[in-house]
Design a protein. Structure first.
Length: 619
């Protein structure tokens, strides 16, 4: 349209300039602008359509509301108080008589009465009062913390028992631990365990074992009597758990149908006793069990409880059980030799309620080493267990087979084949690392192995010289003071001192016992440089390596009642002084305790360091 108007104006101008031209008028179309306008409208329509569709999908909501100003309305009184005080004035309150109001207050009179109570209660009447008419007060039973009360009663009973024992000895009854003075020259004093009880008469002691954590506890194994005093004891072997401070009678009496060849206590507290038998079974006694589930027998106007085993591996499948006599049974726990605070109570509540976490190793003479996991069931079943045939009804402790190690392959050595099949005699685990163990054999060699079957060096510990006849390693014992050293006593009377990293002994004494076989050998529990030896000629030897490393410093033959077993007890942590004692079993069945002189019991200054230097010089 604009082009057309311009064209008309130009035509008019030309008409004025040239009168000879006739006026010309025409119509023109601008297609480019029209096409651009059409595209703009199409694009705008598409955008509007898209926005309409998107608005249907987008929903806006309030996510957070914030009040920038919150000013509540102010009444007249608040406005007056706000402005008050700005004109040097202050407010005062005055009470007039017209607004003085009197009020009457009524309270109930307080009632009181006297009452009494008794704790712990005896019977049903534990509380009452002078003006009490409610019969329910007399029958009310207070709440009692049973575990705490039981722990207190156990500790109190131990104290009372020791005091009664002292009174009984002072009164000189028919039996007295000092009735016969059997004190040896190297002892300060001695006492005797009361083995004259009816069920111990005519029974010889075959084994002794002392607890390493409860230093006053020892167990004695007694053989079968020719004539038993009760039918329940016919052809039964008897085990007695003693407290050496209460020698008038055993704390617990256990019975076993098979001959017991070895035994040991649990590594934390002596509330479990494990034993190996001649028939290859491992039996367990839980000393915490209620005596009512065991057999009562009246002997000499006194009732005795004879406890049967809580669990026996006789009920386990024979494929994992031993098929030859057991030679040794040992607990496996890293915390066995850690220092602990001992109390008079034999079982602490925490340990009784907590689960068990240690293994037991059993070794037979054919070289089979079995590992057992000690399991404590959460609840006892008085009806017995269908799956655990070796568990007594009401028992809570059982053994679960963990692993088996065949030691016969590791004991083969060149030059010893002509002596026949090797027999294993004993085993000990390294206190600082229970994964390592050593095994004594009947060919004079000591095997070294691990529970994970790892390669170790040395594999075998050998004597300084080889004899023409086989020599049995009767007993081995690790040092309880953290040193990786151990002693070995042999059937030819030789004693060897080994270090775990050396194949040959650091020291070897061949004639210390005059050629008599060593039957017992143990380190002292109070002095790192002292150990004690017994031979089969009923002679006891005391060694002190700091005084002499050539032979024993004391020797004492025991006669005419010869020795058949020996074990060592000691307590270096005792506040009133360390004590070291020998528990000696005689051929007549008697058991006496020899408390060694203080020179053998009390440690000297830097004794462990001096022993370490001595061993380094011997290497």
């Amino acid at each position: 349209m604009s082009i057309l108007m311009t064209f008309c104006l130009n035509s008019l101008t030309d008409a004025n300039n040239s009168s000879s031209r006739a006026p010309v008028c025409g119509i023109f179309m601008d297609f480019a602008t029209a096409s651009h306008r059409q595209r703009s409208r199409t694009q705008a329509f598409k955008q509007k359509t898209r926005s309409t569709k998107l608005l249907r999908l987008i929903d806006l909501d309030f996510s957070y509301t914030l009040s920038l100003l919150d000013l509540p309305p102010v009444n007249e009184y608040d406005m007056y108080i706000r402005n008050f005080g700005k004109k040097n004035t202050k407010q005062a309150y005055v009470q007039y008589n017209e607004d003085h109001v009197e009020r009457d207050v009524q309270t109930e009179e307080i009632e009181t009465r006297e009452a009494w109570t008794q704790h712990p209660g005896e019977g049903t009447a534990v509380s009452g009062g002078s003006g009490s008419t409610d019969s329910s007060d007399a029958a009310a039973v207070p709440k009692v913390d049973t575990p705490r009360l039981s722990s207190f009663l156990r500790a109190a009973c131990q104290v009372i028992a020791v005091l009664l024992e002292e009174d009984r000895v002072a009164a000189e009854p028919s039996w007295s631990p000092r009735m016969q003075d059997n004190t040896l020259p190297f002892s300060d004093r001695s006492s005797q365990l009361n083995t004259s009880l009816p069920f111990l008469q005519n029974r010889k002691v075959s084994c002794l074992h002392a607890s390493q954590v409860q230093r006053q506890t020892v167990v004695s194994v007694h053989g079968v009597a020719e004539k038993a005093f009760a039918p329940v004891l016919d052809d039964k072997y008897v085990l007695c758990v003693w407290d050496i401070w209460q020698p008038s009678g055993p704390q617990k009496v256990l019975i076993c149908e098979s001959k017991v060849t070895c035994c040991c206590f649990s590594p934390f507290k002596a509330f479990l006793l494990f034993a190996g038998t001649m028939h290859g079974s491992v039996v367990v006694w839980d000393l915490r069990e209620d005596s009512r589930i065991h057999q009562y027998v009246k002997l000499s106007d006194c009732f005795w409880t004879f406890r049967t085993s809580t669990f026996s591996t006789d009920g386990v499948l024979t494929s994992v059980n031993h098929r030859s006599p057991l030679q040794a049974i040992e607990p496996i726990s890293a915390s066995v030799y850690k220092k602990q605070s001992f109390v008079l109570s034999p079982f602490s509540t925490q340990e009784e309620m907590s689960g068990l976490s240690f293994h037991i190793a059993s070794l037979d003479q054919s070289g089979v080493l079995n590992m057992w996991v000690v399991v404590e069931l959460p609840k006892a079943d008085v009806a017995g267990s269908i799956s655990d045939l070796g568990l007594i009804p009401g028992g809570r402790i059982k053994l679960v087979h963990s692993a088996v190690i065949q030691l016969s392959d590791s004991l083969s050595h060149k030059g010893y084949e002509f002596w026949g099949t090797t027999q294993t005699l004993n085993i000990k685990f390294l206190p600082s690392d229970p994964n390592h163990f050593i095994v004594g054999t009947d060919i004079g060699l000591i095997s070294h192995g691990t529970r994970q079957d790892l390669r170790v060096s040395p594999k075998l510990f050998k004597p300084q010289q080889h004899g023409m006849r086989p020599v049995k390693v009767n007993v081995i014992d690790f040092s309880p003071f953290g040193e990786p050293t151990f002693l070995a006593g042999c059937s030819d009377g030789s004693i060897r001192l080994y270090q775990l990293t050396s194949e040959y002994p650091l020291m070897q004494w061949n004639n210390s016992t005059g050629g008599r076989a060593v039957t017992s050998l143990q380190w002292s529990l109070t002095r790192p440089a002292v150990f004690l030896v017994q031979d089969d000629a009923s002679c006891v030897y005391v060694w002190d390596l700091l005084k002499s490393d050539l032979g024993p410093v004391a020797k004492q033959p025991v006669s005419p009642d010869r020795l058949v077993a020996m074990t060592v007890m000691g307590e270096p942590e005792k506040t009133s002084g360390s004590f070291l004692a020998l528990v000696l079993a005689r051929a007549s069945g008697g058991v006496d305790i020899q408390f060694l002189k203080q020179e053998w019991a009390t440690p000297v200054g830097n004794e462990q360091r001096k022993l370490h230097l001595l061993l380094q010089e011997a290497m």
